[in-house]
Structure formats: structure tokens, C-alpha cells
Design a protein around this ligand. Structure first.
Ligand code: 6PG
Length: 637
């Protein structure tokens, strides 16, 4: 028996038939998150027949049955503590059940008088022991000096609570079902979410002298729902506290930290264990880690987790990828904590192989950047029409009916937020930061050759915002002093907002489709949209609509309803963009939406000039519209 296993224990719940062993055993198993076994399930058929015909079992009848249960206990203790219910009326029976596992056994005896139990048995249906046999059981019953005795006059709930309280000091090593490493904002929220769903978890946070000390322990003690969770700041203990095959979710900063943690974990892991990276890691790195860990017989699941601190606590959108077999091991946990869509289905689905989950999360963030930029541009335009944040919030409230989204809702809240007599938003420095996912998305769009121009425009708008000092200086040099009032109706602006959002979602989904084709991932766009209808940052009414639309095509601009809608919105968009340009109002994303659609719907473009120029200076050759053979030509210009 290995050293670690010796800390695991079997809790035998004993007593005469009818004392409620199975009921209490099941409830105890649920409360302690431990495997449960009913000894009666291990009787050979001949014992069942004897009992059903009212014939008492002999010690010989019981011997093989007890040996079988003892073997079950030994096997279980190799892996985890467990609960086994068995009458175990005689000491000699209990000696067989304890064979080779002395010191790893706790006895709980459900005691009651003959009358108490006779009455209960009489009421029970489908039990194979006729009540008159009860007397033969009481006749041979030998009380155990070691057993924790609980009277069956208590309610089942009181009995279970009493047992747990009494066993608590026995330091029963009860292995966790799931481990979470990294107790930052998201990691803590996910721990609480897992615990609230009834999972028994181990939690780890590193120990950094004077900076991060007792993080897991303090966190556990702060939240009631973590009462049966196990806190650690030593990695070996954390890993050994988790049932195999271990499921360990990392919630650490993307980048080299993930690799450092993986290498720290490896010496403690066993074949078949599963590491889940829930950070915003780069999908290429996830592919590398997947392959590296595969060579170590460790499964690796890269998963996007979207929804921020609140989403992680109440239900995020989860985008896992890797081997499907490994996903199926962690599916119960991830799908349980995920947000639920309108049909109460988990916003968590197996995305595909390798790093496709992190790729999809990256595109989620790219779409998010553009959605945020569009709202920023709307805010800028309405401000330029002379409205204050509260008046703008009033207008956006009206947009909820047709354009509702999480980002619209939080923007309204942001606009309402006051600090003293002024709006807080007016005091925030206009330099937009980023943690890198929009950057990666733009790089990926270039690598794929997918014109995801809204994401790129949003990213570069953030970069321009970072040129704050330049902008202040350039404003003095280039801008006419008069601050012209833009003449735009809020209805035209709403139409333009709708228009640009459709283009943003079209481009994002098309990029995922292109990656799926390029990398052979076979991604399901409709499913991806479905898990984005709740829990994540870009959840919206539009996303709900796209779930159906994407079932028939990867291009939402091929959907008749969207085509008609886009056509109806375009005049407003043209008007708004033109008015902004004329008034020098920066609208990189709103204008890009128009430019993109104009380009995307131009059958004959001016790219022939590009080809001619390339051939002129670089002899890069060109194809001809009067030759569809695919032949390339060069002219000596
Ligand atoms: C989410 C968010 C989250 C992201 C923040 C910050 O889906 O919950 O996208 O993953 O980290 O949005 O991202 P930036 O700093 O790049 O804006």
C-alpha cells in the first residue's frame, strides 16, 4: 500500500437491516464527495435467495461476501477514501472487513431498538429481507467498542451532520475531485463556483514570503461554500490530494508562467492526469504545450474562459479544446460551472483539437475589442452632439430593445456613475490598455489572410489612444478651434451601430471558419455562437440570432434576413460616417464597417493597379480577366 494511500480511509456504516444504512451512506457520500458502495450489492445470488426465502445466512454464507467487500475497500483505498455500508453484525465479520487495512477504517453504527427498527422495516417496500428475520440479526449483533454510535431516532440529516462532525477530527484524507491552481480574481471565482456546484476541490496558491502567504487557507476560511475544500501552498500536497486521473485547472498569467507551473507540476503527476489552462494563452503556445505534455502521457486542455470575475463566479462561457477523451473527463466539472443558455444548456462545448479553444477565445476578445470601440465611438459622437453622460445613457437605454448586449448594459452603468458632482467617466484618462489578445487576433488575421478589419481597427484605435501626448500637441497644430456640433439623429446612429456590429460579427465568425479550414479543426460556428449567448463579455441578442444563422452558412452576409437588414441600415451608416468625417470626428470602427462592406461588395475593384505596380517594379506577374486558365503574365512596362 503506498504511503499516500495509507492516509485514505474507509467509513463502514454498520447496523441491522432497516436501520437506514444505505440512506445514510448515500447522504454521507454526497456530503463528503466520496465514492459509495452498498455491501448488499455484493451478496452472491444464493445468499439473496436464502434471505428472500426467510432463511438466515450462516457464517460460511457470509465469509466470501465479506472477503469480497474487504477487497473492494483495499482497492478503493489505493485511490481515495470511500463509504461502504454493510451489516457487519459480528466482530469476526468486522475483522474480515478490516483485514490488511487496520488503521484505515472508521466504523459508524446506526443503533436503535428492535421495535424502532421493526416498525421501519415493516414500512419498507422491495427490500429482500422479510422483517421477521430482524430478530435473528439482533440475536447475533455484537456491538463494536470502536464504532461511532448514532441513534436512528435522529433525522437522516442530523445523523449525517453528527457523523461528519465526529469524523472531522479523525483527519480522514478525502481526495478532491478537481484541483484549481492560481487564486487570482478569476481563480477564486471559479473555486467558489465549483464548490457551489457541490464539487470537492483542492485549491493551490504559491507561497511568496511577505507577498502571498496562506492565500488558499485564508480564502477557504472566508467562504462557507469552501468548507470541504482543501487549501494548499505546497505543490506536492496539492497534487496528491486529488483523485486520479487528476484534473488540475491553471488560472495563472498567460505566457511563461504557464510553462513554469507545468514543469513544477510534472514530477508529481501520474500518467493520464489532465492539466487545463484556463488563462488567455496564445493558441500556438497551447498547441506546443499539448504536444509536449502528450509526450509525457499527460493530457492538456487549453480553454478560454470568458465573463470576468462575475462570470467566473456565476457562470462563464468556456471554450475547451484538446483530446475529446480528456475533455470528457473534465466535462462534468466545466459544464456544471458554465453559464446556461436560453435552453438551459451549458455555455461550454468541446471546441476542437489542439489550441482551437484558445484561438476561439482570442477571436472572442477580438470581437469584444471592436464592440467596445463601437460603443466608444457612439459615446464620442453623442458627446460631440452636446449631450452629457446621463443624456447619452438615456439614449442607449432605448437601444436595449433592439441592440441589447452585456457591453451596452455596462456602458450605460458606466455613464451613470458619478464621483462627487461629476461623471466618473469624464475623469478617466483616455489611454486604452490591453493584455494582448486583440494583438494576437490581429496577427492571426494577417497570418490567415482573413480581412478581419474591425478587430484590427479597434486594436489600432487603442494604440492611437496611447499617443496621448502626441494627440494633445497635434490637436493644437491641426484642428480648427471651433468645436462644430455634429448633426446626427440618434436613430441614424443606432442604425449605424447595428450595421457595424453585424460586420464585426461577420468578420469574426469568418475568421474562425477560415482557421478551421486552414488548420483542419472542423469547428462548429453555430455551437461557438451558442456558448457566447451567455456568460461571456460579447453575449448579446445578436449572438442569439446568429446561432440559427450560422447553422446554414459560415457567412452571415448570405442570410436573407441579414442581407435585407444591412441594406436597410446602410443609408443611415453612410450619412453618419460622412457627417463624422466632415466634422473630423474619429470613428475608425464605424467607418471601417462601411469601407469593408463597400470593398466586400465591389465586384470589380482597383486591385488591378496593385498587380500592375507589383509587376512593374518586381515582375511579380498578374492574371488577366480575358484568360481564365489561371495563367500569369509579365509585361515589360
Ligand atoms: C473575458 C475578457 C478577458 C480579458 C479582458 C481584458 O472574456 O472575460 O475578454 O478575458 O482579459 O477583457 O482584456 P484586454 O486587457 O486585452 O482588454
Amino acid at each position: 500500500m503506498n504511503e499516500e494511500a495509507s492516509k485514505t480511509k474507509v467509513i463502514y456504516v454498520m447496523g441491522v437491516s432497516g436501520c437506514g444504512k444505505s440512506t445514510i451512506g448515500h447522504m454521507l457520500s454526497k456530503a463528503l464527495k466520496l465514492p459509495f458502495f452498498d455491501g448488499d450489492d455484493f451478496h452472491p445470488k444464493k445468499n439473496i435467495r436464502k434471505l428472500s426465502n426467510g432463511i438466515p445466512l450462516t457464517d460460511e454464507d457470509r465469509y466470501n461476501w465479506l472477503v469480497k467487500i474487504n477487497k473492494l475497500a483495499k482497492d478503493q483505498l489505493e485511490e481515495n477514501s470511500c463509504i461502504i455500508v454493510c451489516s457487519a453484525l459480528k466482530k469476526s465479520y468486522r475483522d474480515i472487513l478490516e483485514k490488511e487495512i487496520q488503521g484505515q477504517v472508521e466504523w459508524v453504527h446506526l443503533v436503535g431498538s428492535f421495535d424502532q427498527i421493526f416498525e421501519r422495516l415493516d414500512k419498507r417496500e422491495n427490500h429482500f429481507m422479510p422483517p421477521e428475520l430482524l430478530k435473528s440479526q439482533f440475536d447475533i449483533l455484537e456491538y463494536s467498542k470502536e464504532a461511532l454510535e448514532v441513534n436512528v431516532s435522529l433525522s437522516p440529516e442530523e445523523i449525517v451532520q453528527y457523523i461528519i462532525k465526529e469524523l472531522k477530527d479523525k483527519e480522514i484524507n478525502i481526495k478532491s475531485e478537481f484541483g484549481l491552481l492560481g487564486l487570482g480574481v478569476m481563480g477564486k471565482s471559479l473555486c467558489r463556483n465549483l464548490a457551489n456546484k457541490g464539487f470537492r476541490i483542492s485549491m493551490f496558491n504559491r507561497h511568496v514570503e511577505g507577498i502571498e502567504e496562506n492565500v488558499a487557507l485564508d480564502f477557504k476560511n472566508k467562504h462557507e461554500e469552501l468548507s470541504i475544500s482543501q487549501p494548499f501552498d505546497d505543490l506536492k500536497g496539492f497534487v496528491e490530494s486529488i483523485q486520479e486521473p487528476r484534473k488540475i485547472m491553471l488560472m495563472v498569467n498567460a505566457g511563461k508562467t504557464v510553462d513554469i507551473v507545468i514543469n513544477d507540476l510534472l514530477p508529481h503527476l501520474s500518467t493520464g492526469d489532465i492539466i487545463i489552462d484556463g488563462g488567455n494563452s496564445n493558441y500556438n503556445k497551447t498547441k506546443e504545450r499539448f504536444e509536449y505534455l502528450k509526450s509525457k502521457n499527460i493530457h492538456f486542455i487549453g480553454t478560454g474562459v470568458s465573463g470576468g470575475e462575475e462570470g467566473a463566479l456565476k457562470g462563464p462561457s468556456i471554450m475547451p479544446s484538446g483530446d475529446l477523451s480528456a475533455y470528457n473527463e473534465v466535462r462534468p466539472f466545466l459544464e456544471s460551472i458554465a453559464a446556461k443558455d436560453d435552453n438551459n444548456l451549458p455555455c461550454c462545448t468541446y471546441i476542437g483539437p489542439e489550441g482551437s479553444g484558445h484561438f476561439v477565445k482570442m477571436v472572442h476578445n477580438g470581437i469584444e475589442y471592436a464592440e467596445m470601440q463601437l460603443l466608444a465611438e457612439v459615446f464620442g459622437i453623442l458627446t460631440a452632439t452636446g449631450k452629457d453622460p446621463d443624456e447619452i445613457a438615456d439614449i442607449l437605454e432605448g437601444w436595449k430593445e433592439t441592440a441589447n448586449s452585456y457591453l451596452l448594459e455596462i456602458t450605460i452603468s458606466i455613464l451613470r456613475k458619478k464621483e462627487g458632482g461629476d461623471w466618473l467617466v469624464n475623469k478617466i484618462l483616455d489611454k486604452a490598455g490591453n493584455k494582448g489578445t486583440g494583438n494576437w487576433a490581429t496577427i492571426a488575421t494577417a497570418e490567415l489572410g482573413a480581412p478581419t478589419t474591425m478587430i484590427a481597427s479597434a486594436l489600432f484605435a487603442r494604440y492611437v489612444s496611447f499617443y496621448k501626448e502626441d494627440r494633445v500637441e497635434a490637436n493644437e497644430v491641426f484642428r480648427k478651434n471651433s468645436s462644430s456640433i455634429i448633426d446626427i439623429s440618434s436613430n441614424d446612429l443606432l442604425n449605424t451601430y447595428h450595421f457595424a456590429r453585424i460586420i464585426n460579427h461577420f468578420q469574426g465568425m469568418k475568421m474562425i471558419h477560415q482557421a478551421s479550414e486552414t488548420y483542419g479543426w472542423n469547428l462548429n460556428l453555430s455551437e461557438i455562437a451558442r456558448i457566447w449567448t451567455a456568460g461571456c463579455i460579447i453575449k448579446s441578442d445578436l449572438m442569439v440570432e446568429l446561432v440559427e444563422v450560422l447553422k446554414s452558412s459560415a457567412s452571415i452576409l448570405k442570410n436573407d434576413k441579414i442581407i435585407q437588414y444591412i441594406k436597410s441600415l446602410k443609408p443611415s451608416a453612410n450619412k453618419v460616417v460622412a457627417e463624422c468625417i466632415l466634422n473630423e470626428r474619429p470613428i475608425p470602427c464605424l467607418s471601417e464597417a462601411i469601407n469593408f462592406l463597400n470593398s466586400y461588395t465591389t465586384a470589380k475593384s482597383s486591385a488591378n493597379i496593385i498587380q500592375a505596380q507589383r509587376d512593374y517594379f518586381g515582375a511579380h506577374t498578374y492574371q488577366r480577366i480575358d484568360d481564365d486558365s489561371g495563367k500569369y503574365y509579365h509585361t515589360n512596362w
